[in-house]
Design a protein. Structure first.
Length: 106
C-alpha cells in the first residue's frame, strides 16, 4: 500500500514489571528472542520466507499483560504481519503515560 520505501515494524518486549508483563513462557517468540541476549534487537522478518516453517508454526503465543490492555504479544503471524521486529529485553512504563491499574504514574 505505501510502497517499498516504507517498512512496518512490530515491537515486542521480554519483561515489563510495571506493565504486568512477566517473563515469556518457553516456546514463545519472546522467549527465543530473550535467549539471544542483549538489551535490544532489530530483526528482518523476510515475510517469513527465509525461516523454517515448522519452527514458526511451533511457536506458542505468550501470556499478555495483566495491566496494560494495549500490549499484544508477538506470534507466528508476526513474521508475515511485519517487515521487521524490534525486540526489547526489558522496559519500564513510560513517564507521562496513562496510569495503569494498581500503579501510580512516575
Amino acid at each position: 500500500m505505501l510502497g517499498t520505501q516504507y517498512a512496518i515494524i512490530g515491537t515486542g518486549v521480554g519483561v515489563s514489571k510495571e506493565n504486568g508483563i512477566a517473563s515469556p513462557e518457553e516456546g514463545s517468540l519472546e522467549a527465543r528472542l530473550t535467549a539471544l541476549g542483549g538489551a535490544a534487537a532489530l530483526l528482518p522478518t523476510y515475510n517469513g520466507k527465509r525461516l523454517p516453517t515448522t519452527e514458526i508454526a511451533a511457536l506458542s503465543t505468550r501470556t499478555g499483560s495483566t495491566k496494560n490492555t494495549t500490549y499484544f504479544p508477538l506470534s507466528a503471524e508476526s513474521f508475515t504481519d511485519f517487515d521487521y521486529l524490534a525486540f526489547f529485553h526489558e522496559t519500564d512504563y513510560a513517564r507521562g503515560g496513562w496510569p495503569l491499574p494498581d500503579t501510580q504514574a512516575h
